[in-house]
Design a binder for this molecule. Structure first.
Ligand code: ADP
Length: 228
């Protein structure tokens, strides 16, 4: 479903050119759960941004569901992204002025889903993530683990094919982090492809495959051999 071919990304700041991604070749099948690991600065977030079409490569190809999207305009990319790709981040990025359910509904704002169905889908997703009883609260009234569950609900409410997660447990204590990992595993078992950046070997072990980056290149690929 996803294929990167010789994908390269460079950043230029003044005289300095940083090669964040150097000739990446990576294929991800529908339904996979891939963990991306590696030391700070090795290109993990850049890789996720390119997969999520938040940034564009400056070399190579990016095939998403059979289309080479390298070179597509920002408008075309955002249209494709909106329907197919969900994101969660270390920071939950919820809007404090809105209630929890409004935050989730907002993800459907630019879709053609009617208002009534938006409300129903948001309520269903909050229920699925065990947070329906907090629907009318403001984000800051929730614990970190609960806020991340709302962020997951928001990412999943438009039923994306791929969920991209950048250090989703980075701001959580161990117990809440584990809870989020269990949720991600369940979402993957239900069919959503997941690509997750993580520093935690324990969390990476939950994925079906780990891709290790070093200096912008793929250094190693490990496939899970035993169920955790
Ligand atoms: P990681 O997520 O593994 O910590 P990043 O993808 O954030 O790594 O960064 C990879 C490299 O690219 C780093 O050297 C970083 O400094 C550089 N980089 C990332 N984003 C930018 C940017 N917007 N401008 C300049 N350099 C950047």
């Amino acid at each position: 479903m996803i294929k990167l071919l010789n994908t390269t990304k460079k950043f230029t700041g003044g005289e300095v050119v940083t090669t964040a991604l150097n000739n990446i070749n990576l294929q991800i099948e529908a339904g996979e759960y891939v963990a991306v690991t590696g030391p700070s600065g090795c290109g993990k977030s850049t890789l996720l941004s390119i997969l999520g079409m938040l940034d564009v490569p400056d070399g190579g190809e990016y095939w998403f569901e059979g289309k080479n999207v390298a070179g597509w305009s920002e408008a075309k990319l955002s249209e494709l992204r909106r329907g197919r790709i969900g994101f969660i981040f270390q920071s939950f990025n919820l809007i404090e002025e809105l209630s929890v359910d409004e935050n989730v509904e907002l993800a459907l704002e630019y879709s053609d889903v009617p208002a009534k169905e938006r409300r129903e889908r948001a309520a269903h997703m909050l229920d699925k993530l065990g947070i329906a009883h907090r629907a009318k609260h403001r984000p800051s009234q929730l614990s970190g683990g609960q806020q991340q569950r709302v962020a997951i609900a928001r990412a999943l409410v438009y039923k994306p094919a791929v969920l991209l997660a950048d250090e989703p447990t980075g701001n959580l204590d161990t117990a809440h982090g584990e809870e989020v990992m269990r949720i991600l595993q369940q979402i993957n078992e239900e069919g959503t492809t997941i690509v997750m950046v993580t520093h935690s070997p324990t969390h990476a072990a939950r994925a079906s495959r780990t891709v290790g980056l070093l200096d912008g290149a793929i250094a190693e690929v490990a496939t899970a051999t035993a169920a955790i």
